[in-house]
Write a protein that binds this ligand. Structure first.
Ligand SMILES: [Zn+2]
Length: 312
């Protein structure tokens, strides 16, 4: 679902410096904040999508963007939360939830946690992630690491925040072994992290990802999402990268992943090598939609191939 530009609240922070952060992302260097639904906003331009819950209790962030973007992210949150009262103070950031260990999702943790904007609630959690995210950040600076982790199937924030329950659900062995989705139960928005993006998924086998786990995760998210009748809408989804989406977008993505998996599986059964599978251009019909980032198609097919071979 695309929000019409005129309908959206846009915040632009000009590109003041060129610290080489742009190599791997197609962002234009500006931070934009878009309303999604209820308390929830999408901050784009930080390397990965950042979800914001904004309200009387302060700000909750899902993911923190790339490290190089932290100053701009902090400035954008200050600017945005002041818009309600231009002379008032910016709203404090109370929580960060990381959807995976990836540097474009956890890179801002340290700077944001060290900034004056970060004021956790008394007795509240600070940086929340699945246990495997903390395990994967062993070498990270102390301030960047999750302070509250969970090993169970799901984790509930220890209090209502901005008038709603916030539920963190682990999706095992999908993009990595530490993926979480975050469900805002009243706003009816789900942040999916990199389980769902605007490109072919990255299945990081070294970090415990698998094609089967990814498909299970996509199907579980689909189970949580309600459609609007015959039009765009319903439960809103914030992918790890790319635009605000709904059930139709997610179902199409799940179908694409399933179809590519089936094609690769067929060639695996016929004993084809990885080179033969790659040469068959199995994603050609989906490339105009999901193949815009260089190398993503080959990397996806290779990961599916290796993941399927791991199982046998
Ligand atoms: Zn990402």
């Amino acid at each position: 679902m695309k929000l019409p530009r005129a309908f959206a609240l846009v915040l632009m922070i000009g590109l003041l410096s060129t610290h080489g952060w742009a190599q791997q992302n197609s962002d234009d260097g500006s931070i934009h904040v878009w309303p999604v639904h209820g308390n929830v906003y999408l901050l784009v331009g930080a390397g990965s999508n950042i979800t914001l819950s904004v309200g009387k209790d302060g700000v909750l962030m899902v993911d923190s963007g790339q490290a190089q973007m932290s100053d701009k992210v902090i400035a954008a949150i200050q600017e945005f939360t002041r818009q309600r009262d231009p002379n008032g103070p910016a709203l404090p950031v109370r929580y960060i939830i990381n959807t995976s260990v990836d540097a474009d999702h956890t890179g801002g943790n340290q700077k944001i946690a060290e900034s004056s904007l970060f004021k956790p609630l008394e007795g509240g959690e600070m940086i929340i992630a699945h246990d495997n995210v903390l395990a994967g950040m062993a070498d990270a600076p102390e301030k960047a690491k999750p302070t509250h982790t969970y090993e169970t199937e799901q984790y509930k924030l220890n209090r209502f925040f901005n008038g709603e329950g916030v539920q963190v659900i682990h999706m095992p062995a999908a993009h990595t072994d530490g993926d979480s989705i975050v469900w805002f139960r009243f706003s009816d928005v789900i942040s999916t992290g990199d389980l769902f993006t605007d490109s072919y998924p990255i299945i990081d086998l070294e970090k415990g990802g698998s094609i089967q786990g990814l498909l299970e995760a996509l199907n579980r998210i689909i189970d949580l999402v309600f459609p609007e009748f015959r039009v765009q809408g319903g439960t809103m989804l914030i992918p790890g990268h790319g635009r605000i989406s709904d059930l139709t977008d997610l179902a199409y993505y799940r179908d694409m992943v399933t179809i590519v998996r089936d094609r690769v599986q067929d060639m695996v059964k016929r004993g084809m090598t990885l080179d033969q599978v790659k040469a068959a251009k199995l994603t050609a019909d989906f490339d105009p939609i999901y193949g815009k980032r260089p190398g993503f198609s080959d990397r996806f097919v290779e990961a599916v191939y290796r993941s399927l071979n791991q199982k046998h």
